[in-house]
Design a protein around this ligand. Structure first.
Ligand code: FES
Ligand SMILES: [Fe+2]
Length: 374
């Protein structure tokens, strides 16, 4: 069964319609995965939904990737609808004014350029992935993404699905130890999480006992590092086979109460020595493909539950649940101050507002949207 069909079939559509959802957490701040670098060829312009608005992401002819809010400061045309790249300029379709990669209006077909700028957003390309920065007040990045990748490895293979839920669901799932055995049937040992207050990162070390395609039941040392509230990556090392597998869990906020969840894998194979380099790379790619299949299979159990669950601000936890409480305290740093002061609580354990409901969105296709990049 194709990955696309697998997630569609098993995740299903939420039982509740979108306008019946309770008020979700506000969109968090930080860096968020947007897509794979190769999705933007030189000269391409794409419009994406990100954190409740549209962003236009384009790549210049020389390869610089840029992101901007969509509306031209001249007379308001949507740059993602007919906008084009000419050399290093993003050109508006309406009067053909051109904007530099810094967002400055720098050329026009008539008259001198007005003093005007696009409303640009910071982007980075790390590990062949595109990341975008968001801050509720439009402040510049206060922290940077670390390098994540495998020397000599291939471009990560990925699989995405759109879900109902909160942007933090994916990372919170990583510290929810109880469900790993009960839902995924994977043995867990020595799970230790180190939360550093005010750091956008946290580390978690697991020993997992799980079945792997072709390898049987394997003990894996899994070192996970959270990158902000919406992404984590981890490395699995199988010393016996000279194999390293990097795995990513990536959540992208799209609309209130919805997010896109992406799984990605990249591998490297150091042995056997007699195997020529190109064959090793082919082998590594095959391992990544198998690992992605396995992740989708395991994670589909999560997705089905996430897509239908309600976010509880005050979950009733027990001592074996894992550090969900400390995670939520750590997660508060990514949310804007809460507007309501009804009980003095902050985002992460309190709703942003207490009584409003999300306005009904325009009619939408409720079948989860799935993309696979293998
Ligand atoms: S509206 Fe963009 S150039 Fe006129
Ligand atoms: Fe899970």
């Amino acid at each position: 069964m194709r990955l696309r069909n697998r997630t569609r079939r098993f995740v299903g559509k939420p039982v509740r319609t979108h306008d019946e959802l309770p008020v979700p957490l506000p969109f968090p701040d930080g860096w968020f995965y947007l897509g794979m670098s190769h999705e933007w060829k030189p000269g391409s312009v794409r419009t994406l939904t990100f954190a409740g608005e549209e962003v236009v992401v384009y790549r210049t002819r020389k390869g610089t990737l840029c992101a901007t809010r969509p509306y031209c400061p001249h007379m308001g045309a949507h740059l993602g609808v007919g906008g084009s790249v000419e050399d290093e300029y993003l050109v508006c379709p309406f009067h053909r004014f051109g904007f530099t990669t810094d967002g400055e209006c720098a050329r026009t077909p008539y008259g001198s350029p007005p003093k005007a700028r696009l409303d640009t957003l910071p982007v980075r390309e790390i590990s062949s992935m595109v990341w975008i920065w968001r801050h509720h007040n439009g402040e510049p990045p206060s922290w940077e993404l670390p390098a994540m990748g495998i020397a000599g490895g291939h471009t990560p293979l990925s699989h995405s699905i759109e879900l109902a839920g909160q942007t933090q669901d994916g990372t919170e799932n990583g510290v929810d130890y109880g469900h790993i055995t009960e839902l995924h049937r994977i043995g867990v040992q020595s799970a230790v999480a180190k939360f550093v207050p005010d750091s956008p990162f946290f580390d978690l070390n697991y020993q997992l006992f799980r079945d792997f395609p072709l390898l049987g039941t394997t003990k894996q040392d899994f070192q996970m590092r959270a990158i902000g509230i919406a992404a984590y990556y981890g490395e699995i090392v199988l010393t016996r086979y000279g194999l390293r597998i990097l795995t990513w869990s990536l959540c992208t906020p799209t609309e209130p109460g919805r997010f896109r969840f992406t799984m990605a894998h990249a591998s490297s194979l150091d042995g056997p020595r007699w195997l020529p380099g190109p064959l090793r790379r082919l082998g590594a790619r095959a391992v990544s493909r198998a690992a992605l299949w396995k992740s989708v299979k395991d994670t589909t159990d999560d997705l089905y539950i996430w897509n239908h669950r309600r976010f509880l601000h005050h979950p009733k936890l027990n001592q074996e649940d894992g550090p969900i409480g400390p995670f939520r305290l750590w997660a508060r740093q990514f949310y804007p101050p809460v507007a309501t002061d009804t009980d003095g609580k902050t985002a992460g354990d309190a709703p942003a507002t207490t009584s409003k409901r999300i306005p009904a969105p325009p009619p939408r296709n409720t079948v989860p949207r799935v993309t696979t990049d293998t």
